[in-house]
Design a protein around this ligand. Structure first.
Ligand SMILES: [Fe+2]
Length: 424
């Protein structure tokens, strides 16, 4: 009989222990919940159902206003959530928030019965200790709210919230293991609240940073666009210097884009803008070449030719500030390189020359042959195409020449190219 009783008692204790341990695990895992308000609701509801109390309330710190608000309350004697607020100098808050001095209460909780007992002790009641008068105020608060047990929750040294519990329906006292369990919950709740606050502030900081980066990017883009437009107008100015080649830039751009498509070059996203800009701006450096050289009817002297050749470097320099169009600068710098490596300025060879620059080279040369210049009449399209074929492999990339000829023939056949305009 004795053995049987012991076994039953043991089982009961084990069950109770396992039950509490499981609860603590659940509470700890809830710390990871992103929304602590859900966790607080769960815990209030759980205590209310499980322990048969007159009420279960949670008071939580509101950092923006430095006050404590009832966020959840359950039970017959519950406090309406959100209605009651305690400032940071409220006696109950001060009791737990201030650095702990030596008091008759060693634990981080207050039981109304303990307070009453302590206050009844003459030496404590009569001591001119402000702590005693504070405790009287705490007692009054607890009595008004019909709270039997108060458990604070801390994060580091900050008072994050307070769990306030009414008495049991059974009239029994809280056991020490129950109090320990409530303390665990209060601690977990505090952790959850602080973690969520921290995550929230990180999110807000990230959002703010992203917004600022976007603004900077917008400004940068706007500046780049403005600069690009300036260069465009410079290119038009170059073109205007030689009125007989009016339309050269737009013709070269159109034919160049078609050739690139014919070659199957990726023209998605920024690739298209880069090639288009390079085709339009390839001779922008001529703005730095004196007019008497640029428009000289006869042949150039070796010195003049050197100045003329410098337009590729001058063009690249003009493009320097356009970080969005870094590749355009490289294409412009290479548009007078030759496939056999005898071009300028660097003598690059074959596929070391960017494909875009090889395209500009073919289209630009074609257009130069067919256009009227101040020093000669424009030649026929057939003549120009023969010239390109003739120079394929030496001056030009043969594949680009082939693709270009296919494009020209097809476009002329379909009537999509105005031959007269091309040759004016
Ligand atoms: Fe050029």
């Amino acid at each position: 009989m004795t053995n049987l009783t012991r076994t039953n008692r043991q089982k009961k204790t084990e069950q109770k222990f396992d039950y509490q341990e499981a609860l603590r695990d659940v509470a700890r895992s809830m710390v990871r919940l992103k929304r602590p308000d859900r966790l607080l609701k769960l815990i209030t509801r759980f205590i209310d159902r499980q322990f048969g109390l007159h009420h279960t309330s949670l008071l939580v710190h509101e950092p923006s206003k430095n006050r404590y608000v009832f966020v959840n309350s359950k039970g017959a004697r519950r406090v309406p959530a959100g209605l009651l607020k305690f400032d940071s100098d409220h006696p109950l808050i001060r009791w737990f928030a201030l650095p702990r001095r030596k008091t008759p209460f060693q634990e981080d909780y207050l039981l109304l019965t303990d307070i009453k007992k302590t206050l009844n002790k003459a030496h404590f009641r009569l001591a001119a200790d402000s702590r005693a008068s504070e405790l009287v105020k705490v007692q009054k608060t607890m009595e008004v709210l019909r709270v039997e047990l108060v458990i604070p929750g801390y994060f580091k040294n900050d008072l994050v919230g307070i769990l306030m519990l009414g008495g049991k329906f059974s009239g029994r006292f809280f056991t020490s293991s129950e109090i320990l369990f409530f303390q665990t919950l209060a601690h977990d709740c505090s952790m959850a609240i602080k973690t969520a606050e921290y995550n929230q502030s990180l999110l807000e900081q990230n959002r703010e940073l992203e917004n600022r980066l976007q603004e900077i990017e917008k400004l940068r883009h706007k500046e780049q666009r403005t600069y690009y437009e300036i260069i465009r107008s410079l290119a038009e100015e170059v073109e205007a210097k030689e009125p007989t080649v009016f339309g050269h830039v737009s013709q070269v751009e159109k034919l160049g884009m078609m050739t690139a498509r014919e070659l199957g070059i990726d023209l998605s996203g920024q690739h298209k803008d880069i090639l288009s800009a390079a085709l339009m701006l390839h001779d922008v450096g001529k703005i730095g070449v004196p007019d008497h050289i640029l428009m000289k009817p006869g042949g150039l002297t070796p010195e003049e030719w050197e100045v003329m050749k410098s337009h590729v470097e001058k063009g690249a320099k003009i493009l320097e500030p356009l970080s969005d169009f870094r590749k355009v600068k490289e294409i412009i710098l290479s548009h007078h390189e030759r496939f056999d490596g005898t071009g300028y300025p660097r003598g690059l060879k074959g596929e070391d020359i960017l494909i875009e620059a090889r395209i500009v080279s073919v289209v630009d040369s074609f257009h130069a042959i067919v256009s009227n210049r101040c020093y000669r009449e424009g030649r026929s399209i057939d003549f120009a195409l023969q010239e390109l074929e003739h120079c394929a492999g030496t001056q030009f990339d043969p594949q680009v020449v082939e693709a270009f000829i296919r494009v020209i023939r097809r476009e002329i056949a379909k009537g999509r190219i105005d031959v007269a305009a091309l040759q004016h």
